[in-house]
Write a protein that binds this ligand. Structure first.
Ligand code: SAM
Length: 218
């Protein structure tokens, strides 16, 4: 999904280097201890947050955790930044970069959860390598996640869901939770679910939401 370019978003990002790391050099590790007040808090990363409703809500609800929004598009980064400033979320940082380099930006085994929400499906076989659940991405997530860390994935796209189950299974991952109808799950699962912008749109059109939680085991 490509957002229309918003000049104000680019300007806002440029004015807030304390909150956004804009296209960092992948050969340089980022010192997150300089960006979060308390680096001992558990770290959670959302890859491809788009306009960022999920990650900003998570950061608001969980001040006991640190969050990074890893987003390719500068306009989306600016929209997330606007929410971060409005909601006063010191535990949220925005990283404007390609998730293909995620292992360059974080220390090994430093995160406890990676969220993939409504990732671009890239349905053509020749684009398989771009899917965020392709094996090369899984390998990088494994490097960044702690040993007991989890990937939490949601989508409305049956093809991408089937592909991701297969890709994770082939990689030897363990599934802790799988559903083909998240919004009709038990009450405790529903109450802890934070909707994304895409989730809200697709669910309100009556589409089922697929979800899974998986880890790399030890
Ligand atoms: N997660 C949001 C939601 O559910 O509403 C947005 C979903 S949108 C379909 C996918 C988002 O992932 C876009 O904002 C896109 O820029 C971002 N994205 C795609 N590939 C990416 C990559 N390699 N690294 C970082 N972000 C990426």
């Amino acid at each position: 999904m490509r957002l229309r370019n918003k000049p104000w978003a680019v300007k806002l990002v440029q004015e807030h280097p304390e909150s956004v790391i804009d296209r960092p050099d992948p050969t340089q590790k980022i010192d997150w201890s300089k960006r979060f007040a308390d680096i001992s808090k558990p770290l959670e990363i959302e890859v491809g947050p788009g306009k960022g409703k999920f990650i900003t809500t998570m950061a608001e609800k969980h001040p006991e955790k640190n969050f990074v929004a890893l987003e390719l598009q500068m306009t989306a980064a600016g929209i997330i930044l606007r929410s971060k400033l409005a909601q006063n979320l010191p535990n949220l940082q925005i990283l404007c970069a390609d998730a293909a380099n995620i292992d360059c930006f974080f220390k090994k085994h430093s995160a406890n959860t990676i969220y993939l929400n409504f990732s671009d499906p890239w349905p053509k076989t020749r684009h398989e390598k771009r899917r965020l659940t392709y094996k090369t991405f899984l390998q990088k997530y494994q490097t960044v996640l702690q040993e007991n860390g989890q990937i939490q994935f949601k989508t409305d796209n049956a093809g991408l869901f089937a592909y991701s189950l297969q890709s994770m299974n082939n990689y030897g991952m363990h599934f802790d939770f799988v559903t083909v109808d998240l919004h009709n799950e038990k009450e405790d699962i529903l109450t802890s679910n934070i909707e994304t912008e895409y989730e809200h749109k697709f669910a309100s059109q009556g589409n089922p939401i697929y979800a899974l939680h998986a880890d790399f085991g030890v």
